[in-house]
Write a protein that binds this ligand. Structure first.
Ligand SMILES: Cc1cc2nc3c(=O)[nH]c(=O)nc-3n(C[C@H](O)[C@H](O)[C@H](O)COP(=O)(O)OP(=O)(O)OC[C@H]3O[C@@H](n4cnc5c(N)ncnc54)[C@H](O)[C@@H]3O)c2cc1C
Ligand SMILES: NC(=O)c1ccc[n+]([C@@H]2O[C@H](COP(=O)([O-])OP(=O)(O)OC[C@H]3O[C@@H](n4cnc5c(N)ncnc54)[C@H](O)[C@@H]3O)[C@@H](O)[C@H]2O)c1
Length: 481
């Protein structure tokens, strides 16, 4: 409902609505679509591009560039298959054109027009709280019964001396490049850094990754090591324990000085040292919404310290993934619109890093499971080297580890081909509290990479079956009968 704003001293339009969503990225779009389709009045604010980070600067462009790089890599590595290896002639601008086309192809799904078609009132303005239930956005003042903050995050720019004096790239500018960097220095060995490092080396750039602590440090170190070994073998120089402390030089010739006293020279610099939630200039204090540098403080129902205001996705404290933002949106819709006691948990949330080989995780890592469950933990493993499909593809690097407590998986870690696809079975198993017997009993088509999951479950039961004297005696007894 819109009313004349002049009465409250505001000269623009004053809108009253059931739900105001701030931010049209993965989280905000899911929340707005869900609510609008239930017939609720929704206003959606977006200050930048519809689709947010994932579509414009994150998942989609990075995976599109990775796909281009995979083609280049395949040309160099055909020898074992009898295909003469050839050094590809790479048109970096054309690879980036594939990135642009991919974004453009998906954009209509996230567009203003589509959301207006769903009945959402889309306003392309920056939102700022002026009261606990009211947000100003350009000429609009919006009062809402419920407000969802889905403002996402931006690349963290640390206060490294000299950094602001050199042209540096982030995920927001990298995909605008049309000329291949000659020597890309990446600060940060997390998923952004490693995915883009491998893509660039495959596309013919020299690449150095400087990681202050441990590369891919959020993942199981044994599995992360498999990725790092491959990425290094492809030519990326990965320096761990190399905290960037100072940057010197200028466009085309810059140097990063690390705490260990070394200097690393390159032509371009990519910052990939994490994310900062987009919460500045939002008037959150005015609205009584508590937050810190990691995001808005929320309870299990994703409600902030202001009971009308929810926070989802990268704007909330917790994991930063597109599927988490969408999952959060579902929790908020169920809670705010249906009044259901929905709660968000990370217990069953998977994530994957799309290097080659891929690295995927759901639930507890071995280290975390050991701390939580102590001696009750059993870890079963299976290797891609023992998977027939992986052999046919000559993709035998990698393994799966499943953390099991009292017959149920509490975590799974996979490094290897299509780990991001393979982790999904374990995400389902953990979410649905399935037993290992359910996985062992599943019939998987042969030959598939997915058989590795069944094999891991088999590893759990093998010692129980084949090394159990009572079972052996019973089988002998049945045979005598
Ligand atoms: C390079 C890279 C690769 C990634 N790859 C993956 C991947 O493969 N898989 C995966 O799951 N995740 C990936 N991520 C993470 C993923 O992009 C984010 O977790 C996801 O986009 C978060 O969604 P969101 O809705 O919380 O925020 P966003 O998508 O960032 O959307 C927030 C929106 O809010 C708008 N906004 C901000 N403040 C305001 C305001 N005050 N008023 C109005 N609008 C505002 C912004 O303009 C933005 O459009 C990647 C990230 C990066 C950087
Ligand atoms: N495949 C995916 O799902 C995917 C891909 C990319 C990004 N993401 C999301 O985006 C988030 C951000 O990714 P990211 O890789 O930017 O951040 P990250 O926090 O995961 O990794 C950043 C790395 O930079 C290092 N670092 C920090 N300061 C440094 C310095 N001064 N010098 C050297 N190293 C330094 C840290 O030790 C850390 O290892 C991830 O947490 C993830 O949630 C997901």
């Amino acid at each position: 409902m819109a009313r004349d704003g002049a009465r409250d001293g505001h000269l623009g339009e004053h809108i009253e609505t059931d739900l105001l969503v701030i931010g049209a990225g993965s989280g905000g779009l899911s929340a707005a679509a869900g609510a609008a389709q239930l017939g609720v009045g929704v206003v959606l604010l977006e200050a930048g591009r519809m689709g947010g980070d994932c579509l414009n600067f994150g998942c989609v462009p990075s995976k599109a560039l990775i796909a281009a790089a995979r083609h280049a890599h395949a040309m160099r590595t055909g020898a074992p298959f009898g295909v003469a290896p050839a050094e590809p002639r790479i048109d970096y601008a054309a690879a980036m054109e594939h990135v642009r086309r991919t974004i453009a192809g998906i954009a209509p799904h996230d567009s203003q027009e589509r959301f207006e078609g769903l009945g959402v009132r889309v306003i392309r303005e920056h939102g700022r709280f002026i009261a606990h239930d009211t947000v100003d956005a350009g000429p609009f003042r919006i009062t809402a019964r419920r407000i969802v903050v889905a403002t996402g995050s931006a690349p963290l720019v640390p206060p490294i001396p000299g950094l602001r004096d050199v042209p540096y790239l982030t995920n927001e500018s990298l995909f605008d490049l049309r000329e291949r960097p000659e020597h890309l220095i990446v600060i940060g060995g997390g998923p952004v850094g490693l995915e883009m490092a491998q893509a660039h080396v495959r596309l013919g750039a020299r690449v150095t990754v400087l990681e202050g602590v441990e590369a891919l440090g959020q993942d199981d170190p044994e599995l992360a090591a498999v990725v790092l070994e491959r990425v290094r073998a492809e030519g990326v120089e990965i320096v761990e324990g190399a905290m960037a402390e100072r940057v010197t030089g200028g466009a085309g010739a810059l140097s990063v000085h690390t705490r260990d006293g070394r200097r690393h020279d390159g032509s371009h610099l990519l910052l990939a040292v994490g994310r900062a939630p987009n919460l500045a200039d939002m008037g959150l204090e005015t609205a009584g919404v508590a937050f810190d540098r990691t995001g808005i403080e929320v309870n299990a129902g994703l409600r902030s310290t202001n009971r009308r205001v929810y926070a989802i996705g990268d704007a909330a404290q917790g994991l930063n993934f597109t599927h988490v933002a969408s999952y959060h949106a579902g929790v908020v819709v169920r809670r705010a619109l249906f009044g259901l006691p929905a709660r968000a948990t990370n217990r069953h949330i998977p994530w994957a890093t799309y290097t080659d080989p891929e690295l995927a995780q759901v639930g507890l890592t071995e280290r975390a499971a050991r701390v939580r469950h102590g001696d009750r933990l059993e870890v079963v493993r299976a290797r891609f080297a023992d998977n027939d499909r992986a052999r046919t593809e000559a993709e035998t690097d990698g393994l799966i580890k499943v953390m099991v407590v009292r017959g149920r998986p509490v975590g799974a870690s996979i490094v290897g081909p299509q780990a991001g696809e393979l982790i999904q079975l374990w995400a389902l198993a953990i979410a649905s509290r399935l037993k290992m017997s359910a996985i062992a009993g599943m019939v998987a088509p042969y030959p598939t990479l997915g058989e590795i999951s069944k094999r891991a479950a088999g590893e759990y039961f093998s010692p129980r079956l084949f090394e159990n004297d009572a079972i052996r005696r019973y089988v002998r007894f049945v045979q005598r009968l």
